[in-house]
Design a protein around this ligand. Structure first.
Ligand code: FAD
Length: 308
């Protein structure tokens, strides 16, 4: 019931100012965001990687409307990758990028500006032995994001993409991407999408997730199972067994701070488990999507306003 309202609020500048200014917000945000800046987040990353988990780091930001901020996003990722090189974390840490933070929606040549920015990031990632995954945002960006993936893959074949099972088009996209060397993170989808392009019923989204999962596991690519849902995880493990996939020929991914015991359990079972670690000051949109996904998170947030 609150999900659509929170997703609409996630793109409201007025709500952003209200939520960010509330003194009680920060401790709740810290549950989902690893730090305001790279260095505190790196302490969390080290704790995860020494515990046998892999990570993908997200420098928070999205919906950039000017070139200077788009370039600042690129520079933040270049600094992040230099730090991963210095800290010798390249084997366990990759990066996830939102192309809207690289200027994808800018009116004059946004697609090309985002492509050039992310190309530089992919070049540095390749040189330190790691990879970039292109997060997927709302449905209006899918064609541009997949076109950028196609541009990057000849020089950087390990560049990853994200597909969202709530979109009607995803089975076709999964078939096209289930090819040798291709890395695809399958998620259910976190944006507010119209009924003309996306399933609205959670059961339909789940069924579509299983269909796309099957395509990816039967194909030649590298499936990345981005879900906290125990049923989807069990089905993925079953598909891995049926398709004779060894551990390490696919992976599980979950978000920082969510179902951490399950993250540990899967890693202890010998599965490759990667944690998506967001950091940075621009946490508002990411945080609101996490509240929208689960009413209990909203209740936790609202309880933090109550006098103790
Ligand atoms: P649900 O059915 O939503 O949840 C299953 C169970 O997981 C819940 O019962 C609960 O126990 C737990 N859970 C789920 N969400 C939360 C939460 N917020 N807080 C606490 N518990 C929770 N979406 C995109 O649109 N684009 C992306 O690029 C993208 N990247 C992602 C990367 C990763 C690694 C992951 C894990 C998710 C990503 N998502 C992305 C979000 C995704 O689309 C879903 O919104 C989110 O994962 C919730 O769906 P679920 O599969 O976990 O299943």
């Amino acid at each position: 019931m609150f999900g659509p309202v929170l997703l609409a609020a996630s793109r409201s500048d007025r709500m952003r100012r209200v939520v960010a200014a509330a003194p009680v917000t920060r401790p709740v945000v810290n549950r989902f965001v690893a730090g305001d800046a790279l260095h505190p987040a790196l302490d969390r990353v080290r704790a995860l990687t020494t515990g046998g988990l892999d990570v993908t780091l997200d420098h928070l930001g999205e919906d950039v409307t000017d070139r200077a901020t788009a370039h600042a996003t690129r520079d933040a990722y270049l600094r992040l990758l230099e730090t991963l090189r210095e800290e010798k974390l390249g084997a366990r840490a990759e990066v996830s990028v939102k192309l809207s933070a690289f200027g994808q929606a800018l009116p004059d040549g946004g697609h090309d500006i985002a492509l050039e920015g992310v190309r530089q990031v992919a070049e540095l990632a390749t040189s330190i032995g790691t990879t970039v995954t292109l997060d997927m945002e709302d449905h209006t960006t899918v064609d541009s994001t997949l076109a950028i993936l196609r541009e990057l893959r000849p020089a950087h074949p390990n560049t990853g993409a994200v597909l969202q099972s709530y979109l009607f088009r995803t089975e076709d996209d999964a078939r096209a991407l289930a090819v040798d060397g291709s890395r695809v993170r399958l998620v259910k989808g976190a944006y507010k999408e119209p009924a003309s392009v996306a399933y609205q019923d959670r059961r339909e989204v789940d069924k579509a997730y299983v269909r796309a999962l099957r395509i990816l596991f039967e194909g030649d690519g590298y499936p990345m199972v981005g879900s906290h849902d125990p049923r989807m995880i069990a089905i993925a493990q079953d598909l891995a067994a049926r398709n004779h996939r060894a551990a390490g020929s696919y992976e599980f991914q979950m978000l920082y701070g969510i179902r951490t015991a399950e993250q540990r359990r899967l890693a202890d079972e010998g599965e490759r488990m990667r944690v998506y670690v967001p950091y940075g000051a621009d946490w508002y949109g990411y945080f609101m999507r996490r509240l929208a996904e689960r009413p209990a998170n909203l209740a936790f947030f609202l309880r933090s306003f109550a006098p103790s």
